[in-house]
Write a protein of this length. Structure first.
Length: 137
């Protein structure tokens, strides 16, 4: 099992927001907080296919090298649980035509102050809380 969290995504370009489930992916290594969205989620936010100020970049993944679309400081991300919300952070946005679910990068996980307690069991918590949460499905 992996660790997935419920998130609120707020587009800073279109001023629209959606809720989704995102995978905490410590293998998505970045230099600053980033979130990768599949095109169907980017479309819900009004950011696909008409992308404002997009940079086309190539990314390396376990499946090879692919072209993706990159926007600086484009999305605000907040984790939602039944009893609290995380702080809200601003992330760079990567849009993928190939991924199926949103992915939160290592730096974004840290900025959201999340600790993965047991990845195999899908357990996580906020760094300042004793409460452990179960992965979203």
């Amino acid at each position: 099992m992996a660790v997935r969290v419920k998130v609120r995504l707020h587009s800073l370009h279109i001023k629209k927001e959606v809720e989704s489930i995102a995978l905490l992916n410590s293998g998505f290594e970045t230099e600053s907080p980033e979130i990768l969205l599949p095109t169907h989620v980017a479309e819900e936010l009004g950011l696909w296919p008409n992308l404002p100020q997009t940079i086309v970049k190539t990314f390396e993944s376990p499946t090879g090298i692919s072209r993706m679309f990159y926007l600086l400081n484009a999305i605000k991300v907040t984790i939602l649980t039944e009893d609290r919300t995380s702080k809200t952070i601003t992330c760079n946005l990567v849009i993928s035509e190939y991924e199926r679910e949103p992915l939160i990068s290592d730096k974004a996980i840290g900025a959201l102050e999340v600790v993965i307690v047991n990845a195999g069991e899908g357990l996580w918590k906020f760094i300042d809380s004793p409460t452990t949460y179960k992965s979203e499905t």
